[in-house]
Design a protein around this ligand. Structure first.
Ligand code: ZN
Length: 201
C-alpha cells in the first residue's frame, strides 16, 4: 500500500470501468487468483449500481466513502463460504490466469524473453493508444529490480514464487501498488525466484 491509491480504490476504479486496458488486465488477473478481492469487487459493482441510481453525479465525500468501505468490510467478514468462481489458475496448476493466457502469443517458454543477468522480461503488446507498458518479469532467487521511482501507477502481480517489496512479502495472487510517491527495489525471495505481471504508466 502507498500514500496514493490503495487496493480498494483500485477495485472500485475497475468496477467503474475507469482503468486503462493494461491496468484492467492486471486487476482482472488478480481477481482470478484472489477470492477475497473477488468478493469485494462484486460488492463494489453492486454498490456502484445502487449509487448511480441514488446519488447525483459527484464524487463521494471522504467521510461517506469511509462509511461505505466500513460497511462493505463488515459484509466481507461475514461471508462464510469461500468463493471459487474464477479461481481457475490454482486448480489447474498453471500460474497464468485466463485473462493473461489469452494475451500470450505462445507458451511462456517459447516466448522471446529479454534476459539481463538474473532478470528476464517479456513485453506484452499493448492496444493502440494505451500509454502503460505491460510485461512479464522473471527474477532468479534473490535477484532484485534496480531501485526506481515512478511517474504514475505501477501494478505488480505475483504469479509464481515470492517477491519482497519493502517490508511486504508477496506470494502468488498478491498485488503491489506503487505510484509517484514510491521508490523501491523489489527482490525475489531467497531460494525461490518469482514470475510477475507488471503494468507501469
Ligand atoms: Zn516499481
Amino acid at each position: 500500500m502507498t500514500n496514493g491509491i490503495d487496493l480498494d480504490e483500485l477495485l472500485i476504479a475497475h468496477a467503474a470501468g475507469h482503468l486503462g486496458e493494461a491496468a484492467a488486465l492486471v486487476v482482472a488477473a488478480h481477481l482470478c487468483l484472489c477470492p477475497e478481492s473477488r468478493r469485494r469487487y462484486r460488492l463494489y459493482e453492486t454498490l456502484g449500481g445502487l449509487l448511480l441510481e441514488e446519488l447525483p453525479p459527484e464524487p463521494l465525500a471522504p467521510e461517506r466513502r469511509q462509511r461505505v468501505l466500513a460497511v462493505l468490510g463488515e459484509e466481507v467478514a461475514d461471508s462464510a463460504q469461500p468463493d471459487r468462481t474464477g479461481d481457475d489458475a490454482g486448480a489447474s496448476g498453471n500460474p497464468l490466469p485466463a485473462p493473461l493466457r489469452a494475451r500470450l502469443p505462445a507458451p511462456l517458454d517459447c516466448c522471446p524473453w529479454r534476459r539481463s543477468g538474473a532478470l528476464a522480461e517479456l513485453p506484452l503488446a499493448a492496444p493502440p493508444g494505451e500509454p502503460a507498458r505491460l510485461r512479464l518479469l522473471r527474477l532468479e532467487p534473490g535477484a532484485a529490480v534496480p531501485a526506481h521511482g515512478h511517474e504514475g501507477l505501477e501494478l505488480t502481480l505475483v504469479l509464481e514464487g515470492r517477491l519482497c517489496d519493502g517490508e511486504r512479502m508477496l506470494g502468488p495472487g498478491d498485488l503491489a501498488i506503487a505510484d509517484a510517491s514510491t521508490v523501491h527495489a523489489p527482490r525475489a525471495g531467497e531460494g525461490e525466484g518469482c514470475l510477475c505481471l507488471l503494468c507501469a504508466a
